[in-house]
Design a protein around this ligand. Sequence first.
Ligand code: 5GP
Ligand code: ZN
Length: 110
Amino acid sequence: MENCIFCKIANKEIPSNFVYEDEYTVAFNDLSPQAPTHILVIPKKHFSSLNEVDDENIMSALFKAVQNVTKKLGIKEYRTVINTGEAAGQTVFHIHIHILAGRPLKWPPG
Ligand code: 5GP
Ligand code: ZN
């Protein structure tokens, strides 16, 4: 999708260091990390939020990618977050799963 920053990252229009890549997904470090490890996993195909994902292959590929990323980095304890909609804190409207690790994380989130 035009003017989507994460589409541009996924299709390599914007050079990024991918932590992980497979047929359906890429993962890269968050620009503004909220923990020592803060990685975003996104589908290569554009869906503006979880509400729009209509492909079960991509749904499972995203979670498989989270497993692969954490395995690759040797991270056993981490938080995954999907913000859906402005009120939930979504600011980039291309679905992404946050992986946060490396410090104690409080609950409930703000
Ligand atoms: P959201 O608030 O939508 O759940 O998360 C969006 C995340 O994307 C934020 O944590 C923000 O720091 C990150 N982000 C926004 N623009 C960029 C970018 O151009 N590159 C990277 N690597 N992360 C970005
Ligand atoms: Zn996009």
